[in-house]
Design a protein around this ligand. Structure first.
Ligand code: SF4
Ligand code: SF4
Ligand code: FES
Length: 246
């Protein structure tokens, strides 16, 4: 394929800028291959996080030509020949160095979600409907690339909201647990309060960038919003709660 100019962000928390690297690119290569070639031949200190190179570990998230994506799943022939290609770290998390960000916010949020708790195992095991298996399976495809967290305007444009909004990846996790037919934990109050589901205004940007094609908004967030509305804002249920004192 010849050579290409890669405009790669270099810097750390104190600041930085884009640096151009002219690099060879071969047929079939992806952005991560070219970043590795730069690292091997021109900039040994270029920091980049990756692991599987197969779209499964979720480590290599970046913004390539402004679009959040996995570098290992983004082919070089998808770009217009002759034009520089920019590669920047994901924006919603603090920069550590070059293309590597500190995503520990997400691991802290994960700790706040109560784990699955099922009923005692009956003799012969549990039986679950296939539609329930399929529903959970969609959510379990998540590779924790945090691209959805990165594009969600609630935290991307307002980092202060991280204290009160879990973000789309963790609404997916909550949906997975809440829709599990055997789970016995009630997380509705958590979803309304600590997870801050009311902040989401269903723009669907998270769904658009998900490399696993999880229908984050339609299949996870909207059903969770409906559960919260049923519990707290349905007038009939409100009267029943008042009468029963619960
Ligand atoms: S749909 Fe909700 S969670 Fe997804 S990006 Fe928009 S505001 Fe964020
Ligand atoms: S839901 Fe999709 S975009 Fe979000 S972390 Fe999981 S795989 Fe990545
Ligand atoms: S290196 Fe694992 S998803 Fe890209």
């Amino acid at each position: 394929m010849g050579t290409v100019t890669m405009r790669v962000f270099r810097g750390d928390a104190s600041g930085g800028s884009f640096v151009d690297y002219v690099v060879d690119v071969e047929e079939g290569q992806v952005v991560l291959d070219v970043i590795h070639r730069i690292q091997a031949t021109q900039a040994n200190d270029l920091a980049v996080r990756w692991n599987c190179k197969a779209g499964k570990c979720g480590s290599c998230s970046a913004e390539v030509d402004g679009k959040p994506c996995l570098m290992c799943m983004t082919r070089m022939n998808a770009f217009e020949p002759g034009k520089p290609i920019s590669v920047a770290p994901i924006k919603a998390f603090p920069l550590i160095k070059d293309l590597v960000t500190d995503v520990s916010f997400n691991f802290e949020v994960a700790k706040k979600i109560p784990a699955f708790q099922g009923p005692p195992q009956p003799e012969g095991g549990h039986r679950i409907q296939q539609m329930d298996v399929d529903r959970g399976q969609e959510f379990r495809k998540c590779i924790e690339c945090f691209l959805c967290q990165n594009v969600c305007h609630v935290i991307r444009d307002h980092p202060e909201n991280k204290a009160s909004f879990f973000g789309p990846r963790f609404l997916v996790r909550l949906a997975e647990l809440e829709m599990h037919p055997l789970d016995t934990v009630d997380r509705t109050e958590l979803i309304r309060e600590a997870a801050g589901i009311g902040y989401c205004n269903i723009t669907k940007c998270c769904t658009e960038v998900c490399p696993e094609d999880i229908h984050i908004t339609d299949n996870a967030i909207i059903p969770l919003k409906e559960r919260v509305a049923d519990r707290y804002y349905d007038p009939v249920r409100w009267v029943l709660r008042k009468l029963s004192g619960r």
